[in-house]
Structures are given as C-alpha cells and as structure tokens.
Design a protein around this ligand. Structure first.
Ligand code: GLA
Length: 380
C-alpha cells in the first residue's frame, strides 16, 4: 500500500511527503454505551488508513483517494465543503482543527486503506484520526490526544451527519499493539488490558451486508436513550447519562416513556454492567464468562436495541451451534461483522461451517478477518 501511495504522490505532486497511518478497531464488548456515558472495550487492528502528506504553501487541499480513484480540491473555509462524502471526512478534520486554534494551511495528499468498508470496523475513524494526527504534527498545533479523538468525533457530527460517541476515534488514536482498552466514556479514564487469550482466537465474520439509512437509525437510537435518561432524571437528578441509571429507576418511568425507548434503555443499562463483568472475568482468565456475556450482548442488540439483521443473527446462531465460546454483532450494527471468541481447536470447523451454511442461505460466503490488535495513529 505504501509503494502505491508513494508512486501516485510522485506522479501527481512531483515530490515526496511524510507518511502517517491509523487503524480501524474492534470492540470486545460495550456497544452503544459510549454516547450513554458508559464503558467500552475496544482495540485498534492491523487494518487501517495510510496517507502521504506534504504542505503545499497555498490555502488549498489537494487530495487523491487511491481506493475511490478520485481527486478533489477544497479550500479551508466553512463554505468550501466538498461534495464527495469521503473528502468531507478530511475537510471536517481540517475545520475542527482550525476551530481548536490550529493554524492549518494547504497540503497535498494521497491516501488508501484496507479497513473493509461497512464492516463495522470504523474505517471512517481511521481516516479521521490519520489526518487529525498528521495535521497536528505537521502544523505544530499542540493538541492533546483526547482532543485529536474529539476532532474525529466532531467531524462525524458536524460534517457527516452521524451523532456518534467517542469509542472509534479513541481506539484509533490510543490503540496499542497487543492491548485492548477499557474506556469510561463519562470520565474519559482508560486502562490498557494486555489481551492474549491463551487457547482462544478472536475472529470477525463479515456478513458483507450494509444497510441504507444506518446513520439515521443510529441517531434515532441515541435520541431514545436521551429521552429515557431525561425521564429518569426527573426522579433522580444525579442521572446525567443512562450509565448512571439503575434498572429500578428505569422501571419507575416505564409508563411515561414509549415501549421502544424503554427497550433501548434496558439494553444500555445491562450492557454497561456487562463490560465490567467481562473485565472481572478477564482478570481471572475466565473466557467462558466473557463469551457468555458476548452472547447476551448479541441478544440485546438484536431484540432490544434492534440493530442486528437477519444475516448477523444467522451467523450468531451458527456460532452457537458450533460451540463457539462467544459471538455477537460488533460496532454500530445494521450489517457488518460478528466478533467471535473461538477455542483454537474449534476454529477450522467453525469457519468452514459458517462459510458453507451462510453461502447456502445467502448466496455468498462471509468474509473472515483474524483479529490482530495493533497500534493506532502514528507517523511512519
Ligand atoms: C459506532 C459509533 C460508536 C459507537 C458504536 C456502537 O461505531 O461510531 O461511537 O456508538 O457505533 O457501540
């Protein structure tokens, strides 16, 4: 990938720049908890975005996407937003950096990536954090790492229409090889957890299903959670986020909120606790409990939060039938991957069975990605 980027850069701009990269992410457990002030448990992966960049002494950005085979130019003022959705991520990062006092000027850049799109591994966060990290470095902006993650998040909110939480950008900026990270999204305290599950492997099965309108459905989930938290807050003023609520308190407002909002909140309150339970289990190397919690998350995401789909439920069923330790839909949902915790000796038969059964039913095999937990944003 680096060679291809360098060749294209040379052809387009006639010189060489600096290389930067960042990563996509997995999440062991803690889904849709981030914007509820809860815990998440992600790690960066060995699939990401790489970019070559050189300042060009103008006030324009010249960017070429190798994967889209498309060239775009834009200025750095609010009204200069490009139409291409992929370019809006980079434009958004420039704008959000400027809003934070960064003195950004024009640059030339070529980028490419190998995070599967729509797989729920957050290719967009990888793109945002590559550029947030690079611009901070190249323009000496002195922005700290949390703020770099927030630049990516605000890009999603203000330029891409997704009211996401902080998990993906956090994982992409803070990722460290061999480590998962538990982040408390209320206090932003985090802890690295070396993750080498003896006797087990983590593998993703990509349904290759991508649903339209995922971002509006995502935003609707967030609104449900905010309504439920607001209702609970009337009785319990200490409840800033759903993360602060107890199930009994949700029960008290059952008749005040819609059935749908109730189900969403029920899932979130359980899920926040599941992350803590998984951390305890990991400290005891108790992977059976980790796996059990993953199945519980899948059930909640499918039946209460309603962000799974038929294909992902089917992959989850196959995992269960094969005796896989843990399996669940990963990321925002509405398509994408399941993440599976599999005993080494079961791995081959599980993958074979999943490919066969899935393609018999849906006409194509799921894609298989072995998880390698890697470093996040960096200069190469
Ligand atoms: C998407 C969002 C994250 C998070 C997950 C669900 O990946 O970008 O902020 O909410 O969905 O856990």
């Amino acid at each position: 990938m680096k060679t291809k980027i360098a060749e294209k850069f040379k052809t387009l701009f006639g010189e060489d720049g600096d290389f930067f990269a960042s990563a996509g992410r997995i999440n062991l457990i803690g889904e849709h908890t981030d914007y509820n002030g809860g815990y998440v448990f992600p790690g960066a992966v060995d699939k990401g975005i790489m970019a070559e960049i050189k300042l060009n002494g103008t006030d324009k950005v010249h960017v070429y996407s190798l994967d889209m085979d498309e060239y775009v130019e834009f200025g750095l003022n609010e009204e200069d937003a490009p139409a291409q959705s992929w370019a809006r991520y980079i434009f958004g990062v420039c704008r959000e950096t400027i809003k934070r006092g960064g003195k950004i000027a024009g640059f030339d850049t070529v980028f490419a990536g190998d995070v599967p799109l729509g797989a729920g591994m957050s290719s967009s966060a990888a793109l945002e954090s590559t550029y947030a990290f690079a611009l901070n470095y190249l323009f000496d902006c002195n922005i700290d790492k949390f703020e770099l993650a927030r630049i990516g998040q605000s890009t999603e909110h203000n330029y891409c229409g997704v009211k996401c939480g902080i998990m993906d950008q956090f994982a992409s900026v803070f990722g460290k090889a061999g480590n998962l990270m538990r982040l408390d999204c209320k206090t932003m305290e985090y802890k690295y957890y070396p993750f080498h599950p003896e006797g087990y492997r983590l593998v993703l099965l990509d349904s290759v299903v991508k649903h339209e309108l995922a971002s509006s459905a995502y935003n609707k989930r967030r609104e449900s959670c905010e309504r439920a938290a607001a209702a609970i807050r009337k009785n319990h003023p200490e409840v800033e986020f759903l993360r602060d609520a107890r199930m009994e308190w949700l029960e008290e407002v059952r008749t005040v909120i819609s059935e749908e909002d109730y189900m969403r909140a029920e899932y979130v309150i359980d899920e926040v606790q599941r992350v803590l339970d998984v951390c305890d289990a990991l400290e005891k190397d108790d992977y059976e409990t980790v796996g059990k919690k993953m199945y519980e998350t899948h059930y909640g995401m499918s039946r209460l939060y309603e962000v799974s789909c038929e294909e992902l439920d089917y992959l989850n069923d196959i995992a269960k039938e094969c005796g896989v330790t843990g399996s669940r839909v990963m990321g925002g949902g509405f398509g994408g991957c399941t993440i599976n915790l599999v005993r080494n000796e079961l791995y081959d038969s599980f993958i074979e069975k999943a490919k066969k059964a899935f393609s018999e039913k849906y006409g194509h095999e799921p894609k298989v990605y072995d998880v390698v937990i890697s470093d996040g944003a960096r200069k190469l």
